[in-house]
Design a protein around this ligand. Structure first.
Ligand SMILES: Nc1ncnc2c1ncn2[C@@H]1O[C@H](COP(=O)(O)OP(=O)(O)OP(=O)(O)O)[C@@H](O)[C@H]1O
Ligand SMILES: [Mg+2]
Length: 188
């Protein structure tokens, strides 16, 4: 590697996208735990929490969502350049935001789409978002009232309606190994 650091010593960014309740928080935390066990420094930049801290003045228009994603990708890039691996768990409904994040971070970027049918997401409804959106005064929901553009260029697609959290986590880790972002497993 040109800068003399091994793959294990340098950070990377995994951008985990998908509909509300697709499993982004659950799976990013599970992946983070596994990476920490392996000794990596890891940060999870998770949806609403990051939005509250980075972009409290922004709404959910296309322009605002793209601007917020730009802020997050810039911070993710900075962290990863200092050896911290970053898991971004964000709906990221627009392809332009995904492409901009990839361009901002550079080569050590991996885009994972947690694909899950909206009916399954609605049944999970961890935050009552779908329930509220179904009421006359309820809010909008991405994937129904606002678009969720199908990702055109994800590095990995994981189907969280059929794969368990454990299986999905394992697939992501294996994929990161395959890309050389994680060192290969030592032989048993
Ligand atoms: N295979 C699976 N992968 C991920 N989550 C699953 C799976 N099966 C069931 N679940 C459950 O679905 C819910 C997913 O909620 P989670 O908060 O992770 O979604 P999210 O994508 O972060 O949503 P939001 O966009 O609202 O933040 C959790 O309660 C989780 O336990
Ligand atoms: Mg979440």
């Amino acid at each position: 590697m040109a800068d003399g650091a091994s793959a294990a010593e340098r950070g990377f960014v995994v951008w985990i996208e998908g509909l509300p309740c697709a499993g982004k928080t659950t799976i990013s935390r599970a992946v983070a735990e596994r990476l920490r066990v392996d000794g990596l420094e890891v940060e999870v930049l998770d949806g609403d929490e990051v939005r509250r801290m980075f972009s409290p003045e922004l709404g959910f228009s296309r322009k605002d969502r793209e601007f917020h994603a730009r802020r997050v990708s810039y911070v993710a890039r900075m962290l990863s350049r200092h050896g911290v691996s970053v898991l971004v768990a964000m709906i990221t409904p627009y392809e332009t935001s995904r492409q901009a994040a990839r361009a901002t971070v550079g080569g050590r970027f991996d885009e994972v789409w947690l694909r899950c049918p909206v009916e399954v997401c609605r049944q999970r409804d961890v935050h009552g978002l779908y329930r509220r959106a179904a009421t006359p005064t309820g809010g909008k929901i991405t994937g129904r009232d606002d678009p969720f553009e199908e990702p055109l260029n994800p590095d990995l697609v994981v189907d969280t309606a059929s794969d368990t959290v454990e299986l999905a986590t394992g697939k992501i880790l294996e994929h990161l190994r395959g890309r050389g972002l994680l060192p290969p497993l030592a032989p048993a």
